[in-house]
Design a binder for this molecule. Structure first.
Ligand code: C6P
Length: 408
């Protein structure tokens, strides 16, 4: 039995007040809060083991290296990766996608080639491909999003063809609460001889993920959205694909031999980890993954599925509200617009009640245009949120409407 009240006691920040009110933190798609275990792991690392890794033969360096590589094993297992050589640490999803678009894209893409994305992408899985396309002459094509927020998979099957070299798609949308059929997209990509990249920024923290079962070639996610520290993320890549890729950044650690006029590269994953990495944060991410494993991702998903459903139902009670995305099979995200109230005004008023939501375009400007809005308000739930917090949100929204109603 999933005990959300017990879970909450492990997150010190959830005990704080904002403007004299209990904090209701509903901005988890932006970043998650951290359990005590992660904070302790960071502290312990800096108090006991801090040193640079893979370099020294002294005790602390060996301990730090072992903690860092231990995290690599944990995260690889957490994502269902068959081996940890494919697990590269980055700064986050953004850097992971840039790594692929740069190191794979500039080597492999040619004029006339196509990269297939979707209309739902976060800017992180769009702009790096625009840059790669500009540098190589490749073209970008887009799988359309249907009225209910799901992808037009018939059109995807038409778009993905002999010119396609890469299909890159978001697994769980940060706006629409959809879980996209990336397994099917991976099949289509492979039938066409292309590779598949999955943006897992909003799936790895919330759903059981297995990169083998997804059938993808690359999977990107961010530590800070899955209870870990900021400044650390992951790129998993199929080792044989990573092997063929050029490096992303040059410097220490990523080399085998350096001469004045040329160098040779270390094996993956080290080929992609140039310079001193975010060692402490990687160790913190290992602790976050241990914590999530302890809770079991099936339980996390079920808790959030129920909460998402409850939130959808309660928010629907507000007259005139538009909740973007499908009515069913949703993640724990609710993006909505209310007539006559700007999302920014809403989130400001909610903040006065201690409720943190996000408003804006959520780094998905093309999707906002497709939805016909400039911005939405967004409540995003995580494993420590409760039905009472959903009620607090809906009550505060009703009060906010009354307040703004007085001016129209
Ligand atoms: N979305 C949100 O509030 P970084 O910033 O690299 O950790 O993650 C980027 C990113 C990539 N893909 C998706 C689907 C995302 O949701 C995000 C981050 C945050 O929705 C910040 S804009």
């Amino acid at each position: 039995m999933y005990d959300v009240e017990k879970v909450r006691t492990e997150f010190p920040i959830l005990g704080r007040k904002v403007g004299g009110k209990d904090l209701v933190y509903l901005d988890n798609a932006a970043t998650s809060q951290k359990p005590r275990r992660v904070l302790e792991a960071l502290n312990e690392y800096y108090e006991e083991h801090n040193a640079n890794i893979h370099r020294g033969v002294h005790r602390l360096s060996e301990e730090a290296t072992s903690a860092y590589e231990g995290s690599r094993r944990k995260v690889a297992r957490f994502l269902g990766a068959p081996e940890e050589t494919g697990l590269v640490f980055t700064r986050g999803t953004t850097e992971s996608v840039n790594l692929v678009a740069h190191a794979w894209g500039r080597k492999e893409l040619r004029e006339g080639d196509e990269v297939v994305l979707t209309e739902v992408e976060h800017h992180s899985n769009l702009v790096p491909w625009q840059l790669a396309a500009r540098a190589t002459g490749a073209k970008l094509r887009f799988v359309p999003v249907l009225e209910d927020g799901t992808l037009d998979m018939e059109e995807a099957a038409r778009l993905i063809g002999p010119r396609t070299k890469m299909v890159a798609a978001v697994h769980a949308s940060n706006v629409l609460a959809t879980i996209n059929p990336v397994e099917r997209l991976a099949e289509l990509a492979h039938e066409a001889g292309a590779l598949m990249l999955v943006d897992g920024a909003q799936s790895a923290p919330h759903l059981p993920v297995n990169v083998e079962a997804l059938g993808c070639d690359f999977f990107a996610c961010s530590g800070h959205k899955m209870l870990g520290p900021t400044g650390v993320g992951v790129l998993w890549g199929r080792p044989e694909v990573l092997e063929e890729m050029d490096p992303f950044l040059g410097g220490g650690e990523m080399i085998r031999e350096v001469h004045l006029d040329h160098s040779t590269w270390n094996d993956p994953p080290h080929k992609f980890e140039a310079g001193t990495m975010n060692i402490g944060q990687v160790v913190g991410l290992g602790a976050a993954v241990d914590y999530l494993k302890g809770l079991r991702m099936e339980n996390v998903r079920e808790h959030e599925r129920r909460l998402g459903e409850y939130a959808y139902q309660r928010l629907s009670e507000l007259e005139g509200i538009t909740i973007h995305g499908p009515t069913e099979d949703r993640t724990g995200i609710a993006s909505f617009t209310l007539p006559d109230v700007h999302p920014h005004d809403l989130s400001q008023l909610l903040d006065e009640e201690g409720i943190a939501i996000r408003s804006g375009h959520h780094c998905t400007q093309p999707l906002m245009r497709r939805l016909g809005v400039v911005a939405t308000a967004r409540a995003s739930f995580y494993l420590y949120n409760t039905e009472e917090e959903v009620d607090a949100l809906v009550d505060a929204l009703a009060r906010a409407r009354e307040f703004f109603g007085a001016f129209v």
